[in-house]
Design a protein around this ligand. Structure first.
Ligand SMILES: NC(=O)c1ccc[n+]([C@@H]2O[C@H](COP(=O)([O-])OP(=O)(O)OC[C@H]3O[C@@H](n4cnc5c(N)ncnc54)[C@H](OP(=O)(O)O)[C@@H]3O)[C@@H](O)[C@H]2O)c1
Length: 252
């Protein structure tokens, strides 16, 4: 009997990643759960119905051998799905933020999904599988004080959307573009916790919307009415005004 079809979820020790694991498990797949923080990865595993079916992988996308070791760990798997979810942003003035964390944002949020997808594509194509790229509405507009993050997510969105058309009929692709959401993202970015943004949308609703989009054949997914409203504003407010508003909102 062949090995069970598997789905690799990167960043499964955090907010969206945990929810992807919970919502994809009932579809019957073996889950390969990736993260850096082993105790939190084990908590994700413990929250699932069939922990014995799944596997954990620890890898730092910014480390020299991080992506290679992740790929080695899934070499024997029958992958049918890939959720490129691991990512982080840093908040602060470009001038005062060190170059290493800025480049690490590019490595984790843009380079890693491209490298991992390229390596796993033959298997995903063979299994007529799917890819969900967790981008952001930060990929739709320049963001002062989160400039490198917005640049990485813009790159991810454009790459993912182009890939969606290249792979049509072979592998389904969802480009997920959420706005503010209650995960660990804000703390990791260094942004002080303030009042929740009006646009904040529940994690479960966001993941559910992306899986619905996948079931309908793939596409660009802005989840929930609050994020859809934010997306609409990004499209109709002139860029110079939007930049002024965001500069005021995000200024340290
Ligand atoms: N929350 C939001 O407002 C929001 C909005 C739009 C898009 N997003 C995107 O959603 C995705 C998931 O983030 P989240 O919001 O769920 O935040 P989170 O709770 O902080 O989770 C981030 C996940 O990414 C992993 N990760 C971060 N840096 C990594 C690295 N160098 N190597 C390997 N794994 C790394 C983390 O692993 P460890 O914790 O184990 O290190 C964690 O599992 C990200 O791509 C983020 O950009 C978030």
């Amino acid at each position: 009997m062949g090995k069970q079809l598997a789905v690799l979820i990167t960043g499964a020790s955090g907010g969206f990643g945990i929810e992807f694991a919970r919502q994809i498990e009932p579809l019957g797949y073996r889950l390969i759960l990736h993260g850096r923080d082993l105790p939190r990865l084990k908590m994700t595993l413990g929250s699932l119905k069939h922990p014995e079916r799944h596997k954990l992988i620890q890898a730092d996308m910014n480390a020299k051998t991080g992506i290679t070791s992740l790929l080695e760990s899934v070499a024997d798997e029958q992958l049918v799905g890939l959720v490129n979810n691991a990512g982080f942003g840093i908040w602060g003035s470009f001038e005062k933020t060190g170059i290493v964390p800025q480049i690490d944002v590019i490595k984790t949020d843009l380079k890693a999904p491209i490298a991992i997808t390229h390596a796993l594509l033959p298997c995903l194509m063979k299994n007529r599988g799917f890819i969900i790229n967790v981008s952001s509405l930060a990929g739709e507009a320049p963001l002062p004080y989160m400039s490198t993050y917005a640049a990485a997510k813009t790159g991810l969105t454009y790459w993912s959307e182009a890939l969606r058309f290249e792979l049509a009929g072979k592998v389904r692709v969802v480009t997920l573009a959420p706005g503010p959401s209650p995960t660990g993202f804000r703390d990791v970015s260094g942004m002080p916790s303030g009042p929740g943004s009006f646009f904040r949308t529940p994690i479960a609703l966001i993941v559910e919307a992306s899986l619905k989009k996948l079931a309908s054949g793939g596409g660009y997914c802005v989840p929930g009415w609050r994020h859809k409203l934010l997306f609409l504003l990004q499209k109709i407010v002139p860029r110079s005004l939007a930049l002024k508003i965001m500069e005021g909102h995000l200024r340290p």
